[in-house]
Design a protein around this ligand. Sequence first.
Ligand code: ATP
Ligand code: MG
Length: 252
Amino acid sequence: MSNALLKVTGLKKAYGAIQAVGGVSFEVMPGEIFGVIGPNGSGKTTMFNSVLGQITPNEGSIELNGQNITGLSPLELSRRGVGRTFQTLQVFGKMTVRDNLIVAAQEHKGSMFSRMFAPGDSGLGDKADALIDQFRIRHVADKLAGTLSYGQQKLVDIAMAFMAEPDLVLLDEPCAGVNPSLVGGISSLLKELNQNPKFGRKSSFVVIEHNMDFVMDLCHRIMVMVEGKVMAIGTPAEIRANKEVLDAYLGN
Ligand SMILES: Nc1ncnc2c1ncn2[C@@H]1O[C@H](COP(=O)(O)OP(=O)(O)OP(=O)(O)O)[C@@H](O)[C@H]1O
Ligand SMILES: [Mg+2]
């Protein structure tokens, strides 16, 4: 038996003739920051969507702390401590930053019905404020999210995932479209949330990213996906030195 936090075995997902994910297996250990890299169209997002119950895989199993979670809905997974961010922004532009965080937590808690009858913001405001400080977005907390820069909205988007106090967060390209000057900030924030959070518990991450400096600096281990398959899994140093990976992806 393994002590893995997340264990994915033999995951497959096809779209017609396209084998988007063609038999992917990996384990993420408690406390780990696990990177996923690979060319466009190599199946990274499809793998995430399968793990997170957004789509139904054709084959394979997913375990969380030794429990089978294959096929559970995103809401059920969220209740079990698994969160995510999407490749595209999910913030509500016409709501304030603070309200975005509160609504994200209410969504995690359940139905529209229970939200309508929830008292005030039921303690969620304190949680939102703690995260607003941790994410260093206090100066924009009362602004409409749609008026912020893309990079700042991305921070709000990531913070929303942490309202549920997740054990594991899957981040799909947290740096995409973000001004390079903000990338270092996202990296140190994720390190902080992994090692020394000011709020909630320590989280493990699976991070898809094309920004190699970011991935190599942040991740404990990295998986390389090419054409729906796992080409390599290893430490940043091992991945950098892997000739097959250099030829297929890193070398250009
Ligand atoms: N809903 C869908 N219907 C049909 N084909 C799809 C669908 N989603 C993904 N695909 C195809 O599956 C393959 C893998 O796509 P996926 O989005 O998982 O790649 P990715 O590694 O996340 O790429 P990127 O780095 O560009 O985000 C691609 O060939 C893509 O066109
Ligand atoms: Mg993708």
